[in-house]
Design a protein around this ligand. Structure first.
Ligand SMILES: *[C@@H]1O[C@H](CO)[C@@H](O)[C@H](O)[C@H]1NC(C)=O
Ligand SMILES: *[C@@H]1O[C@H](CO)[C@@H](O)[C@H](O)[C@H]1NC(C)=O
Ligand SMILES: *[C@@H]1O[C@H](CO)[C@@H](O)[C@H](O)[C@H]1NC(C)=O
Ligand SMILES: *[C@@H]1O[C@H](CO)[C@@H](O)[C@H](O)[C@H]1NC(C)=O
Ligand SMILES: *[C@@H]1O[C@H](CO)[C@@H](O)[C@H](O)[C@H]1NC(C)=O
Ligand SMILES: *[C@@H]1O[C@H](CO)[C@@H](O)[C@H](O)[C@H]1NC(C)=O
Ligand SMILES: *[C@@H]1O[C@H](CO)[C@@H](O)[C@H](O)[C@H]1NC(C)=O
Ligand SMILES: *[C@@H]1O[C@H](CO)[C@@H](O)[C@H](O)[C@H]1NC(C)=O
Length: 506
């Protein structure tokens, strides 16, 4: 009878479900239909209000509500401050360009250049008063940052939870000046920090080189057309016949600049002889990564004199989106051709990373350094850098816009002692920066992978902090052949800028 009472009203299916639960309770008490209707009406309004408030809360967050709640629940309360999302009051696109290239919270490009200059000359180290001065063997962690602050927030949260993080110096190297990122980095209170700014960014050079300059040749015209057009770089297409695209050159320039800056220019590192670890904004570390790095360092000095790079992250087979050589090339090309915000190859590694971390948590492998496999969470010291930088010409003129492939070229073609890596089989650095497969195309700030990594690490907790490392040696069986670069680096101005940024070549 009660069922009939409210079926006669045209309520939404959703409300029906809410109400029906109550009705069975009410029904047992045999209340008259009218009273029930009043109750239902009250419920209706409550449900409606809930519904409305749900909608508004969904609309007001940039992250999927579900993900955020789960992720937040796995982060200690004290670190929530690094994840609180400030509303953005600026037109900023995922690809890093500003709405109209001139405004950033009221800052003009000259303003930004002034700030960058101020930061770079002050070299102010935060929290030295708490953690003491940087020593010659302090672990220096350099983080390359573009614009993906959501990931950076999570990287910072992971760093905050790492054992011995207070003994390190965190160097945040930016190629995009943004007050939100600055505020975030300035809030780091668990280690010494230093911010440096890549001074030749596209942000500060929107219509001159190294940005896309007015007279530059369009990427897709051919050599003859370029000659007729007499555009600036007409004589220098890349080895696939394409002309320069500024946004694809910035990462390699920034990588090289920051390495030079850290090893050769900063006051604080003048006498530094310890390890420098390279991370990126979309990495996430396990809490034992410093502990493991120190173990690897000891293992190297005891058992692997030929090792000159330590690598904390490794792409596992299924996660290795570079795959075989053909796919690799296609993907590199694809990556270059699509806009940076378009969805990349979907990751499918969630399950496969588990056995690796469980079974191989104490295993390290000694292997020739391979750019596509060992470019994540790698560390080396000044003497290795000195060798690399002596090969600057190879790095700077190799027609490949990827810094890691360029480094591979340096290793193969120039170094007296090739790069040999000691690599953890159970990764201690994870890549969280995948574009969300199930999210809207433009959403490259998906947090789904973060949630997965959190779970993997929580489950692996008892396997972390291995008491010892077991080392296996992999020797090269087939001679690795010299590869053609991936292009995107044919313009002599890029070669020059890169050389100009190199120590001793000014
Ligand atoms: C919320 O997250 C859980 C676990 O990640 C998932 O199983 C569930 O489908 C999600 N729910 C919604 C409404 O997205
Ligand atoms: C953005 O900030 C400026 C200055 O701080 C303020 O005047 C403006 O109202 C803000 N805009 C929005 C949409 O919040
Ligand atoms: C960046 O993204 C915006 C909005 O999607 C677009 O208008 C602009 O052309 C893009 N810039 C570059 C350099 O891709
Ligand atoms: C930049 O934005 C301002 C205000 O939003 C607008 O007045 C101006 O015309 C824009 N400039 C260009 C070149 O789009
Ligand atoms: C580091 O500094 C300590 C004392 O400050 C010194 O004894 C040691 O030789 C230095 N190590 C190197 C490699 O410079
Ligand atoms: C580097 O070493 C020199 C000589 O030992 C010393 O005078 C200088 O203060 C040191 N610089 C730093 C930044 O530690
Ligand atoms: C730097 O690394 C190289 C190669 O691993 C090693 O031989 C050298 O001893 C290290 N230098 C210092 C000062 O630790
Ligand atoms: C590199 O430095 C040289 C000499 O100072 C200068 O002429 C040239 O314009 C610079 N090139 C770039 C791309 O910065």
């Amino acid at each position: 009878m009660l069922e009939i009472c409210f079926r006669s009203h045209l309520w939404s299916v959703e409300l029906m479900r809410v109400v029906r639960v109550r009705v069975t309770v009410v029904g047992r008490r045999r209340f008259p239909c009218l009273r029930t209707l009043l109750l239902l009406a009250a419920l209706f309004f409550i449900a409606l209000q809930l519904h409305v408030s749900n909608l508004t809360s969904l609309q007001s967050t940039t992250e999927p509500a579900n993900d955020s709640a789960v992720i937040l629940s796995m982060v200690p309360q004290i670190l929530h401050k690094f994840l609180t999302y400030k509303p953005k009051n600026v037109t900023k696109f995922a690809n890093g360009t500003l709405g109209n290239n001139t405004e950033l919270r009221g800052l003009t490009i000259p303003d930004i250049l002034r700030s960058i200059h101020r930061y770079n000359s002050a070299q102010a180290i935060n929290n030295e008063d708490i953690f003491g001065p940087v020593q010659n063997d302090t672990l220096i962690i350099v983080i390359q940052i573009h614009t993906r602050i959501v990931y950076l927030r999570h990287l910072i949260v992971s760093l905050a939870q790492a054992k011995d993080i207070e003994t390190t110096l965190l160097v945040f190297s930016h190629d995009f000046y943004d007050t939100e990122a600055n505020d975030l980095v300035q809030a780091v209170d668990f280690a010494r920090t230093l911010q440096i700014f890549y001074p030749y960014s596209i942000q500060t050079h929107p219509d001159t080189f190294p940005g896309q300059a007015k007279g530059d040749c369009p990427r897709d015209i051919n050599y003859q057309q370029a000659q007729i057009l007499r555009c600036t770089n007409a004589d220098h297409p890349d080895l696939y016949g394409h002309y320069r695209e500024a946004k694809f050159t910035q990462t390699k320039h920034h990588w090289w600049w920051k390495a030079n800056r850290v090893f050769n220019e900063l006051e604080v590192t003048r006498n530094h002889s310890g390890l420098v670890l390279f991370l990126e904004e979309d990495h996430y570390v396990a809490s034992d990564f410093i502990y493991v790095l120190r173990q690897m360092q000891t293992a190297c000095s005891l058992a692997c004199p030929q090792c000159n790079i330590l690598s904390l992250g490794t792409y596992l087979k299924t996660y290795n989106y570079y795959g075989d050589a053909k796919k690799k090339e296609a993907l590199r090309a694809l990556k270059r051709h699509q806009t940076l915000s378009a969805a990349a190859v979907p990751p499918s590694w969630g399950f496969h990373i588990l056995p690796s971390l469980y079974q191989h948590y104490h295993k390290a492998e000694v292997t020739p350094w391979i750019s596509s496999k060992h470019n994540m969470g790698m560390a080396f010291n000044r003497s290795v850098w000195t060798e690399m930088v002596s090969c600057a010409r190879h790095f700077c003129s190799y027609d490949d816009y990827n810094w890691d492939w360029s480094l591979q070229q340096v290793s193969q073609m120039c170094l007296k002692v090739k790069l040999t890596a000691m690599v953890m089989r159970g990764p201690r650095v994870f890549h969280i920066g995948e574009c969300g497969v199930h999210h809207k195309k433009a959403n490259c700030e998906s947090t789904a992978v973060i949630s997965k990594v959190q779970k993997v690490l929580a489950n692996a907790a008892k396997h972390l902090y291995p008491s010892h490392l077991t080392i296996t040696y992999t020797t090269i069986t087939k001679k690795s052949k010299v590869r053609k670069g991936n292009g995107g680096w044919g313009d002599v101005r890029d070669h020059q800028l890169c050389m100009n940024m190199t120590m001793g070549h000014r």
